[in-house]
Design a protein around this ligand. Sequence first.
Ligand SMILES: [Zn+2]
Length: 60
Amino acid sequence: MTEHYFQCPYCWESISMLLDPSRKEQNYIEDCENCCNPIELSISFEKAELISFNAKNIEQ
Ligand SMILES: [Zn+2]
């Protein structure tokens, strides 16, 4: 697993999430560990290397 740090689109705290590099394209919802709001994650890996990371507020 790869740990990735980013800013939550709700509370703007810096949070980290564990990502699974074995799957190329990923789209899922994960709750912020700080404010518990659901964040939509769009992630791409290329040869276990994180090439794209997007964290979205699903209420917009
Ligand atoms: Zn948050």
